[in-house]
Design a binder for this molecule. Structure first.
Ligand SMILES: C[S@@+](CC[C@H](N)C(=O)[O-])C[C@H]1O[C@@H](n2cnc3c(N)ncnc32)[C@H](O)[C@@H]1O
Length: 229
């Protein structure tokens, strides 16, 4: 059997059969993915639902999804709205799927994708009313517990929070006044330590958190209480 290159997974090479697209259903969306990227996790629809409820009150402006993967979190958040969505991921396989999933679900007109890093996205205009972020959040030493997952999708550095901190920094730069960040991490300790410290440095403060069996979501707003003018 022909072998493909071990492009983005950081794991053993995948063969042709393994990289065939699969379908997941997230909320009312049909989402395709293959094992070169992270399989959409059903519970993450909670991040979309929280975002969608915030969008009804947030100022006008586009939504930025950092670490989009197959794109389902952002797509489900903006489905049924007129909000523009920009999906960012460093992995070109992920952004290809995110674009295809936007088309598949009739959302292509409002969705664009960019293959770039979290840090690159800090150069976008300061125009976003909402940033959604789902960075890798597993501590490097623990990634062996998830052999099916591409390493780059889950490895969050020594304490698992390195990429979450990058997301806070970027959100602090690109959020418009009155905007919000909904960030996914693995543990409350990550929020209480490195994320809170990054928030202090970049002008964002946690105002609410929601704890689930498989991860934690936090809402961060501008620390100075800026509201849209
Ligand atoms: C935990 S996965 C989340 C994917 C998707 N949101 C989901 O729920 O399946 C993290 C994603 O971050 C991307 N990523 C890792 N490092 C990145 C970086 N420095 N900049 C941008 N994206 C990155 C990975 O390619 C992966 O798609």
């Amino acid at each position: 059997m022909a072998m493909t290159e071990p492009t983005t997974t950081g794991r053993a090479p995948l063969d042709d059969r393994e990289v065939r697209p699969r379908t997941a259903y997230v909320g009312r969306l049909e989402i395709q993915w293959d094992p070169r990227i992270l399989e959409p996790r059903p519970w993450t629809a909670e991040q979309s639902r929280w975002a969608a409820s915030l969008l009804t009150d947030l100022p006008p402006g586009p939504v930025l999804e950092l670490c989009a993967g197959a794109g389902h979190i952002g797509l489900l958040a903006v489905a049924g709205t007129r909000r523009e969505l920009v999906c960012v991921d460093i992995d070109p396989v992920a952004t290809e799927y995110a674009a295809a999933n936007a088309r598949r679900n009739g959302l292509a007109a409002q969705v664009s994708t960019r293959t770039e890093s979290i840090a690159d996205a800090a150069e976008h205009p300061t125009s976003y009313s909402l940033v959604l972020a789902d960075p890798p959040w597993v501590a490097s030493a623990e990634t062996g517990r998830f052999p099916e997952d591409p390493l780059r999708a889950i490895d969050g550095g020594a304490d698992g929070s390195a990429l979450a901190v990058d997301c806070v920094r970027t959100a602090g730069r690109v959020l418009a006044p009155g905007g919000a960040l909904v960030l996914q991490v693995g543990t409350e300790a990550q929020l209480d330590g490195p994320v809170a410290a990054a928030g202090r440095e970049h002008g964002l403060v946690e105002v609410e958190r929601r704890v689930f069996e498989r991860g934690v979501l936090a809402l961060l707003r501008h620390a100075d209480g800026e509201v849209s003018g």
